[in-house]
Design a protein around this ligand. Structure first.
Ligand SMILES: CC(C)(COP(=O)(O)OP(=O)(O)OC[C@H]1O[C@@H](n2cnc3c(N)ncnc32)[C@H](O)[C@@H]1OP(=O)(O)O)[C@@H](O)C(=O)NCCC(=O)NCCS
Length: 215
């Protein structure tokens, strides 16, 4: 090979290596992104999307099974059994959903089944109020509740709100621990009327919605 041929070969080889290296780099970046997306999906096994009236039956069913599973042991059948009518829950959720600024987020698995939901709206004081957060009894403790709460907070923050509050049954210690961990602060107690039953509830508040998102 002549010196010129040798130089030409070296230049072609170097350029080829450069292109090859760039392709490997792009490929590995895409693979990392895909792996990250897959692991996010695997982490909780669900994606969170906006809910609509088409989800009302599934959402009401989750709320009823969660109330039964959670509140019956805490308050007894005398209080809770009369509050498990699925039609009542469907109407109640539908009424809130029809409010102009209501936000329903649902956690949907790969089979399009709902694993949980978060329903919030604007309270009387103009602040976002998380009315309901429930994850199917068999699917708890996998991060789905945290994912729903974080996305709810992010959505209200995107609409220009800075804070959010909720009421949680005072004796529901596991849920209170969950809200503590996600940055909520217990700021008071209120007695709510649950269709005739007086139920003590802790008021939780986030003064800074960004604190929910960053956890
Ligand atoms: C509270 C709740 C929404 C959290 O959702 P999740 O997907 O289980 O939450 P994460 O996996 O992100 O966090 C797990 C934490 O939630 C809480 N939690 C788990 N199972 C729970 C249960 N059966 N009841 C109440 N809280 C529970 C605990 O603090 C738990 O932490 P731990 O696993 O260390 O005990 C969900 O557990 C639930 O639906 N609980 C029953 C209904 C309820 O209490 N809703 C709140 C009404 S204000």
């Amino acid at each position: 090979m002549t010196r010129r041929g040798l130089l030409l070969f070296a230049a072609t080889f170097t350029a080829g290596m450069g292109i090859g290296f760039a392709l490997v780099l792009i490929g590995s970046t895409l693979a990392t992104r895909r792996a990250r997306a897959a692991s996010q999906e695997q982490g909780t096994g669900v994606r969170v999307r906006d809910g609509s009236t088409a989800d009302l039956d599934a959402v009401a069913a989750i709320r009823v099974s969660s109330w039964k599973d959670t509140y019956r042991p805490l308050m007894g059948g005398q209080v809770v059994d009369g509050l498990l009518d699925i039609g009542d829950h469907r109407r109640d959720i539908g009424r809130i959903l029809s409010e102009s600024q209501a936000l329903l987020l649902v956690a949907e698995d790969g089979n399009h089944a709902l694993a949980g939901f978060a329903l919030s709206h604007i309270g009387a004081d103009g602040e976002p109020f998380l009315e309901s957060l429930h994850v199917q009894p068999g699917r708890r403790s996998h991060g789905i509740g945290a994912q729903l709460l974080q996305q709810t907070a992010a959505r209200w923050a995107a609409r220009g709100h800075r804070s959010m509050s909720l009421h949680v049954v005072e004796s529901n210690l596991r849920a209170k621990r969950f809200y503590d961990r996600l940055g909520g602060r217990e700021v008071g107690v209120v007695v709510d009327d649950w269709r005739g039953a007086q139920v003590a509830q802790a008021i939780y508040r986030w003064n800074d919605l960004a604190a929910v998102r960053d956890r």
